[in-house]
Write a protein that binds this ligand. Structure first.
Ligand SMILES: *[C@@H]1O[C@H](CO)[C@@H](O)[C@H](O)[C@H]1NC(C)=O
Ligand SMILES: *[C@@H]1O[C@H](CO)[C@@H](O)[C@H](O)[C@H]1NC(C)=O
Length: 369
């Protein structure tokens, strides 16, 4: 006898029989009461339930669940629910007051997709029979992303050393920020900050997708020794979040400037009886490069009766070093070379034409006595 098939959920279940006895004819009415035994477990609508929850949901949010049903009656159909142990949810159970039949999950700890993108729970229903029967449903909770993580660069300051005159388009640095969010909430667009200086903007270009900073044109150490680039990474979330870093580009000097030589004053022509040490010219030299690339020494072409005397840093005097005689040499072509100490070194030359002025130092002489 299956009470559930005979009577469904009605509490009373009996089978009415008429027993007929002949001779003498009598009718007995027999009422067979069918008693329930706990032969039906609680049954959920499915074996697995998928739930989708945004990670931004506030605490105490309620997510309704469908309960189980039990074909038995009475205590055999009184269900109690139990949730597998977890830190995120507690179970809101139907109250004894049968009018409120709410079964649901209550959020007890903020969801964080970056920490737990999926949560598995098991909901168990137990009936009140003796022995009791149980039914379970698996709850698979998928946590939907919210844009709650800002892009972060692994450093706040990057330092790059770059020699001047490197080719146009040279890669300076490839930045890489990370954003723990997924999808567009984690897609980062790189750009220069709005408060970046115009001279930086004119020299560098940033690829918004790859984060590569490239040189635009050429950098010149003599123009600027460093550039400070402020970079922003902004995600594509609906309420975008941003991260920042600074790229310090230090320009390294190369020996790209030739020494410059300047003759300050010339006292020419020089008399052939001028005393040794007479100053003929003042020479100043300069070089725009720095360090050894800008250290200049001057030399003089050999075999001239002059010498260079260094008077002060980068200043030289061209002075008379031995006696002159116009009647033997009346003109000297003097070549001064200024050479820096870079490697390879650069040099400049200047030519000075020194005329020897005649002095009356020869008496008339007859060819024959
Ligand atoms: C950026 O960094 C992340 C984590 O540090 C790494 O997984 C990823 O491959 C990097 N991307 C590039 C393009 O370097
Ligand atoms: C550098 O290269 C870019 C792209 O090829 C070009 O547009 C720009 O004119 C170049 N700049 C110089 C100074 O050559």
């Amino acid at each position: 006898i299956d009470r559930e098939e005979l009577c469904g959920r009605s509490l009373e279940c009996s089978i009415h029989l008429e027993v007929i006895v002949e001779r003498p004819l009598q009718i007995f009415h027999v009422e067979v009461e069918v008693k329930d035994i706990n032969d039906n477990p609680p049954v959920f609508p499915g074996t697995q339930k998928n739930l989708f929850m945004a990670e931004s949901r506030p605490l105490d949010s309620l997510f309704p669940l469908e309960g189980a049903s039990d074909a038995d009656i009475g205590a055999n159909a009184v269900l109690t629910y139990r949730l597998s142990p977890n830190e995120y949810f507690s179970l809101e159970k139907p109250s004894d007051d049968e009018r409120i039949k709410r079964l649901g999950l209550v959020l007890r700890k903020p969801l964080d997709r970056e920490e737990a993108p999926e949560i598995f729970l098991v909901l168990t229903a137990t009936d009140g029979g003796k022995p009791e029967l149980t039914g379970t449903v698996q709850l698979l909770i998928t946590v939907l992303d919210a844009n709650d993580n800002a892009p972060t660069f692994d450093r706040t300051l990057y330092t790059v050393k770059l020699p001047e005159n490197v080719p146009n388009g040279t890669l300076v640095i490839k930045l890489n920020a990370s954003d723990l969010d997924e999808g567009s909430n984690g897609d980062i667009i790189y750009s220069f900050s709005t408060d970046i200086l115009p001279n930086v903007k004119s020299k560098f270009h940033i690829d918004p997708v790859t984060g590569e900073i490239m040189l635009k044109g050429y950098i010149d150490f003599e123009e600027s020794k460093s550039y400070e680039i402020f970079v922003e990474g902004i995600d594509k979330g609906q309420l975008p979040l941003s991260g920042h870093c600074t790229v310090m580009v230090e320009v390294e000097d190369t020996n790209d400037n030739v020494p410059i030589m300047e003759f300050k004053s010339l006292s020419l022509p020089i008399r052939e009886d001028a005393p040794l040490g007479t100053v003929i010219a003042l020479i100043s030299v300069s070089d725009l490069d720095s360090g050894v690339n800008g250290q200049v020494t001057c030399t003089l072409s050999p075999h001239v009766p002059f010498k260079l005397v260094s008077t002060f840093k980068n200043y030289y005097s061209l002075v008379l070093d031995s006696t002159l005689d116009r009647e033997s040499v009346s003109h000297y072509a003097v070549v001064v070379t200024a050479r820096d100490r870079g490697s390879p070194s650069l040099s400049a030359t200047a030519k000075v034409s020194v005329e020897v002025a005649d002095v009356n130092d020869n008496a008339p002489a007859f060819a024959q006595p």
